[in-house]
Design a protein around this ligand. Sequence first.
Ligand SMILES: Cc1ncc(COP(=O)(O)O)c(C=O)c1O
Length: 471
Amino acid sequence: MNQIVPGAGSGPGNSAASRDIAHFLHPYTNLTKHRETGPLIIERGKGVFVYDDSGKEYIEGLAGLWCASFGFGEEALIDAAIQQLRRLPYYHTFASKSHHPGIDLAEKLKAIAPVEMSKVFFANSGSEANDTAVKLIWYYQNAMGRPKKKKILGRIKGYHGVTVASASLTGLPNNHREWDLPLPGFIHADCPHYYRFGAPGETEEQFTQRLAESLEKQILAEGPDTVAAMFAEPVMGAGGVLVPPNGYFQAIQKVLKKYDVLLVADEVICGFGRTGNMWGSQTFGLAPDILTCAKALSSAYLPISAVMITEDVYQGLCKNSDKIGTFAHGYTYSAHPVPAAVAVKTLELMESRRIVDHVREVAPQFRKRLRSFADHPLVGEARGVGLIGAIELVADKASKRAFDAKHGVGTYLVNRAQEHGLVLRAMVDAVGFCPPLIISPQEIDALFDRYAKALDETETWVRSGNLRAAA
Ligand SMILES: Cc1ncc(COP(=O)(O)O)c(C=O)c1O
């Protein structure tokens, strides 16, 4: 990590780090601390590795932000972008305009969708895709003559983005605190994390049943004629990589069906092979009415996201657009031809290189290495599916007591890992793993070997500071 003396570097006040501090407002960063620590400047990448401006190598243990599925420097994707830039660097898709990359991508996404879908809408980020889905639901409910049926359910610890509606959907305190969110009409159901929220003596099946009953009570308390839809990530990512308990989606979908509540699968992280199937919906049995995806859709090489809708939802949209004279929604960059071309190539590569098969082949080793930390004194739970996982650190294994947040134990571990050449992300005290899908068996070993050193150093630090003492 760089220790910044503003003004130090290549010239007075002129180092890249100093300029960063002077000019750059960083997302999801402690803004005050950043002025002291400065940035980690990543200069280039190759395969699962990235390199900082001093040449130091890191394994990207989170594929950037859960997204660079083909790693860094995939020439076929770079070529697809360059060719499209030369042919048609930009065109829009308003007022019936179209282009081949947009058409090809919509067709390809429908062909691989986990349930039969009718149409695909494009946006630029996961947040925009989810915001769009909220608006489509409201528009659809109005078209169906149900103007009161507008409330949207998210889940505690769910993550759906940061725009006003998607942050309202998100169920994490920091996305609401001091932001005056959530907006009215956004409500949150229970978090399906058995390790944390299972009652003493409760089996996983009983926990699932309790959550389904609780969802039903919540819908009844709100009034079923006011609840429009529920958004759910198949595996909750930013909430701490929370894998749902057995039968969870089957149980809650029964409740949603009963009260005519639409299901939106947020596949922004789980989509495109991450859980060992093309979609998390396939791994966990979701049959969504709307599906949102982004990130690995283009292996993150260029920003693009998509919203897939069923024929029923599409018919509702048609009805309103006919009444009003237009479907007044869309972005300047909806289906931008360059990211769309990169996404088409990404999907072709997924098929020709059998990426989903590769994930299935290496997932047992990933799981074995991940679970091997379960006995470590710091580890409460080591969980995961496919090539996504997390290790939750606890102060007390028996009682599952978390560390006092002020110690920043997860952050300490992530900083130690960075020293050892591994980039990870702490979600409070759960440390996430989500490497590029192309990772080899040797690289999986290297990733966990580096992690093991950081974990042991964190244990030494915790002991020396007596950080297990209850607050
Ligand atoms: C499940 C999920 N949905 C939505 C988003 C928001 O995507 P973006 O950051 O592209 O707006 C994220 C981002 O991490 C996500 O993990």
